[in-house]
Design a protein around this ligand. Structure first.
Ligand code: GDP
Length: 419
């Protein structure tokens, strides 16, 4: 069958609440495991004298699919009704954050797993908080291990209320809260008769109801300039089409310089020059006029340029060995632009381990997540992460080391004070 689109879903939950089991069950019940895989894992379990576990199934599957992948977040996928589900499974919140802010992963939806016996735990809260920080809006809660509470409605209701309550405080509204048993397969990919009091969708149906975020190719053109090469008398602007499409004949504007010109030709090495280049492709192009553009600028179509500002509100995650101090100077990299920056203000700081609000407001310590105001020495072209993630994320660097990462919440008016 042909797959028309791909949805990226992250699964999170307190350790032992059943994430691996749920994923194993989901892959098995959607027929997504390779032929013989289920049997193989059953045999291995039998040989080792262990009871068969759906969690082993997923772990073994992971090992097979994972080979060669070096990023922290494992990715596996399954197909279901014309859609591919790419499952992001981060070992911990730190890895998850790192991957999200660095662009290695882009979660469009999330499943939060909560144990029906244990209820909302510290880690569940932390995961919910991280999802809200990263702007993941589509969320489903799976209340797992319903078999351990005899499939009772009252037990589910209590957990359901508790989870909705804490998510509301984070401004998150789950699309569904679903009673499941990963072990028995209830309400995962198949509906069950064991909980007649529940009339909502299965977990799989809930995933199917999530919207795909706009594809990179359907977003406005963003072409961060990597370099400008001189060839004979011509200047070739080189870079990658992050989003949208670059076409010969289009008028493009470069931000922040605000110069514009018409795309005269798209260059191709040893091939017929194309009329258009789509998202994800690296290319070079020439302009009708000789205007001066440089690395770090973003080319876009005139009607929908990025924002240009020297101040913006952002959520940052700090990983540096030393604290990130208010007023100190750092380098910020956003696509190909690199500018000097400082923290103007720290609005809220949270300890990612305890989720406790921290009152300290002069610096961020390692593993703090915070909402801040960043000021840059020179104007920067950017987008809100919620609109265009490719040009809405940045990293804070020290030489070659990435010390922090963040996403742009909103641009702010230029500061009256000098930098
Ligand atoms: P993870 O750490 O979140 O990946 O959790 P696992 O999937 O490894 O599951 C932790 C434990 O809970 C294992 O012993 C599972 O067998 C058990 N478990 C997971 N889901 C269920 C369930 O639906 N019912 C019952 N009774 N046990 C479950």
């Amino acid at each position: 069958t042909e797959t028309s689109e791909r949805l990226q879903v992250v699964f999170v939950g307190h350790v032992d609440h059943g994430k691996s089991t749920l994923l194993g069950r989901l892959y098995a019940d959607t027929g997504s495991l390779p032929d013989g895989h289920l049997e193989k894992v059953r045999q291995i379990c039998a040989r080792q004298g262990k009871a068969f576990e759906y969690a082993f199934l997923f772990d073994a599957f992971l090992e097979e699919q994972e080979q060669g992948i070096t990023i922290d977040t494992a990715r596996t996928f399954f197909n279901w009704q014309n859609r591919q589900y790419l499952i992001l499974d981060a070992p911990g919140h730190k890895e998850f954050l790192k991957n999200m802010v660095s662009g290695a992963a882009r979660a469009e939806a999330a499943v939060l797993i909560i144990d029906a016996q244990e209820g909302v735990q510290e880690q569940s809260r932390r995961h919910g908080y991280l999802l809200s920080l990263l702007g993941v809006r589509q969320l489903t809660v799976a209340v797992n291990k319903m078999d351990l509470v005899e499939y009772r409605e009252a037990a589910f209701d209590e957990i359901s209320r508790g989870s909705r309550h804490f998510l509301r405080e984070l401004n998150l509204e789950p699309a569904h809260v679903i009673p499941v048993s990963a072990r028995e397969g209830d309400n995962v990919a198949k509906p069950t008769r064991r909980m007649p009091w529940y009339g909502g969708p299965t977990l799989l149906e809930s995933l199917a109801s999530f919207q795909k975020l706009p594809a990179r190719s359907d977003q406005p053109l963003r072409f961060p300039v990597q370099d400008v090469y001189k060839f004979d008398a011509r200047r070739i602007v080189a870079g990658r089409v992050e989003t949208g499409e670059l076409r010969v004949g289009d008028t493009v504007v470069f931000s922040p310089s605000n110069k514009s010109s018409v795309v005269k030709s798209i260059e191709a090495f040893n091939a017929v020059p194309p009329e258009a280049v789509g998202a994800g492709r690296s290319t070079g192009f020439t302009l009708s006029e000789q205007i001066f553009v440089e690395r770090g600028e973003i080319a876009s179509l005139q009607e929908m340029p990025p924002e240009v500002c020297t101040r913006f509100r952002a959520n940052v995650f700090w990983m540096g060995p030393n604290p990130l101090s208010r007023g100190a100077k750092y380098r910020l990299r956003l696509t190909t632009a690199e500018v000097e920056m400082e923290l103007e203000d720290i609005l809220t700081v949270t300890d990612a381990v305890t989720l406790a609000r921290i009152t300290r407001c002069d610096r961020l310590e390692r593993n703090d997540v915070a909402q801040v105001v960043i000021k840059t020495r020179k104007p920067l072209a950017l987008d809100r992460f919620a609109d265009i993630d490719a040009t809405g994320r940045f990293v804070i660097v020290d030489g070659c080391d990435i010390w922090g990462g963040g996403i742009v919440i909103e641009p702010l008016k230029d500061s009256q004070e000098p930098f």
